[in-house]
Design a protein around this ligand. Sequence first.
Ligand code: 6PG
Length: 217
Amino acid sequence: MTLDVSDDPAGHAAAHILTNIRATLSPDRPFHLAVSGGQTPYPLFRALAAAGLDWSRVHVWQVDERVAPAGDSARNLTLLRQGLDVPAVFHRIPVEHPDAADRYARELEQACGGVLDLVHLGLGDDGHTASLIPGDPVLNVFDVDVATTGPYEGHRRVTLTIPALERSRYAVWLVTGASKSAALARLLAHDRTIPAGRLRLAHSMIYADPAAAGRLG
Ligand code: 6PG
């Protein structure tokens, strides 16, 4: 796990993701990118959208989604489609269906054998990532790739599970703001008492701003 601290972590993260996509894409080899929700990624989405990439063979997946009506501001898809307004192949989590987790897991298996090329992850102040929420039974789900959480901050969530995230070829974290500094220090210490610290990712890069990296000295 490598840390890159800068005043433009979203731009640095976007550059990493674009380099990875360009190095992997070929006429018969699509790229499978999964992105997280929350507010932090919006500048990342804008930087990716502005890059002039041919998105026609890039599949954009959701890492997680809140169970809320279509178009609701709580939905990660709302900000994703506003920010990443590109002609990619989008795979949204169908939270309107009670069996959304099973449907999405099947779609992921059929499209790429359940192996994502790159997953973008955020970090909550409480050390969650994706919708791997502290104390939620989803932290102990290892037999399926997608699961539904209990209520958290007003919504149940449908999320990629630990095995699905760990199977990704690359992980790019984007962490900004002083409120994340304690969680980031624990993530870097592989502190398993926070959900983010439990992930064992093959190749991961963390892009942070000085405020989030503040406690690292
Ligand atoms: C979600 C996200 C979640 C997010 C963190 C950070 O659905 O909430 O997937 O994992 O990355 O909560 O959120 P912010 O970027 O809003 O701080």
